[in-house]
Design a binder for this molecule. Structure first.
Ligand SMILES: *Cc1c(COP(=O)(O)O)cnc(C)c1O
Length: 405
């Protein structure tokens, strides 16, 4: 039997279970081995520089490539329908590798004005310090995106749904704009996951995921990935990723691969729970506003239905006096953990205060950017990552905790 070639036509669940994995050739072990070795015995003709490395060479050094990491990469490439996946030590490692690979001094990039906090902070300071121009734009607004393009714009970087607002960007429309203006498009699709949206099919050049979130799914391993075509990704791996050295631990790669086996099933359960909880929160007297792409009340519901095959488990809600409410919830919640991060089997909640975030992370340049933030977040939001517990138990936990607000 040949288990190393999965037929092309198989479905998402089959890919999640089998893609990339091969039984160990020596023992025929059905579950993949973890190869923790950093080095490999090689012949005396082996090149000492990665410059000489070819894609199908034998293993030399784990920062260059590792069989366990490669199995994870092949599984991710199959799930995203990408030619190549480059796994990294964390989502931020994937993002910094991509930015440092594509951009050089004198280039310009457009970055979503609301993105993951570390992405926002890195593109506020670290990247501009390299003499790379960055313009922050509300990428949901195509007119401002187009107006921000310059002749030297190399990259448009978007996040949809964006963290933490759950505001969407139309990937297809931005991809058309990017290709007309000869810029690359990168999409952080961590919140959507490959089950909901396939940005490469919609015309994007690169997809980023924090594997720490839904793909790993269990809150026990950091990881990240960049996906795209061979012509972009093979040089990215060789010239940049290997040298920057943000290599994922083979153990984490193995844990994430095991997590991915149940990923499509988990996503359906996350969505089912989130729909129930969002609807329940929406009618709660102490809740002022709920934002969830799976609710008709989402300001971009039409786009959500068109672009997301699964609405995922992330929602936000607002109450009066959010900061005080956050203290009460952190104290009273019994099942939901008051903690950052998301996409785990455990439900997680965290309060994001508008005034604080505008100081540290999102430094809006225009009144309309601030207005869009306020339209989605008011003075602050509770970001709830709905886990895989029973929906009734999550609701009961929120109900008893909200009584104290
Ligand atoms: C968490 C997250 C990241 C960063 O991932 P790490 O694995 O924590 O480095 C990037 N983008 C989004 C949307 C995220 O939620």
């Amino acid at each position: 039997m040949n288990h190393s070639i999965l037929p092309k036509y198989v479905g998402e669940q089959t890919k999640a279970v089998h893609a990339g994995e091969r039984p160990d050739p020596e023992t025929c072990a059905s579950s993949p081995n973890i190869v923790m070795s950093t080095t490999y015995t090689v012949t005396a003709d082996t090149a000492f520089s990665v410059e000489e490395m070819n894609e199908n060479d034998t293993w030399v050094y784990t920062r260059w490539g590792n069989p366990t990491i490669r199995q994870l990469e092949d599984k991710l490439a199959a799930l995203e329908d990408a030619e190549v996946a480059v796994a990294c030590a964390s989502g931020m490692s994937a993002i910094s590798t991509l930015l440092l690979h594509l951009l050089k001094a004198g280039d310009h990039a457009i970055v979503s004005d609301v993105a993951y906090a570390a992405t926002s902070e890195m593109t506020n300071e670290l990247i501009p310090n390299l003499n790379i121009g960055i313009t922050k734009v509300n990428t949901s607004d195509l007119a401002s995106l187009e107006a921000a393009l310059r002749p030297n714009t190399r990259l448009i970087y978007i996040e949809t749904p964006c963290n933490p607002l759950l505001r969407l960007t139309d990937v297809k429309a931005v991809a058309e704009l990017a290709s007309r203006r000869h810029a690359k498009l990168a999409v952080d699709s961590t919140f959507a996951t490959p089950l909901a949206t396939k940005p490469l099919e919609l015309g994007a050049d690169f997809v980023i995921h924090s594997l720490t979130k839904y793909l790993g799914g269990h809150g026990d391993a950091l990881g990240g990935v960049i996906l795209g075509g061979k012509t972009d990704l093979l040089p990215l791996r060789k010239k940049t990723a290997i040298r920057l050295g943000g290599t994922i631990s083979p153990f984490n790669a193995w844990l994430i691969m095991r997590g991915i086996a149940t990923f499509p099933i988990r996503m359906r359960a996350h969505e089912e729970n989130a729909l129930k909880i969002a609807a329940w929160l929406e009618q709660h007297p102490k809740v002022r506003r709920v934002i969830y792409p799976g609710l008709p009340s989402h300001p971009q519901w039409e786009l959500a239905k068109r672009q997301m095959k699964n609405f995922s488990g992330m929602l936000t809600f607002q109450t009066d006096n959010g900061k005080t409410a956050a203290r009460v919830l952190a104290e009273r919640l019994k099942i939901i953990h008051y903690a950052v991060s998301l996409g785990h089997h455990r439900s997680l909640i965290f309060y994001l205060n508008t005034a604080d975030l505008l100081q540290t992370t999102f430094k809006f340049a225009t009144p309309s950017q601030l207005e869009s933030w306020r339209q989605f977040a008011g003075d602050g939001i509770f970001r709830l990552s709905v886990g895989l517990e029973n929906a009734e138990d999550i609701i009961a936990d929120l109900e008893q905790a909200l009584e104290g607000v």
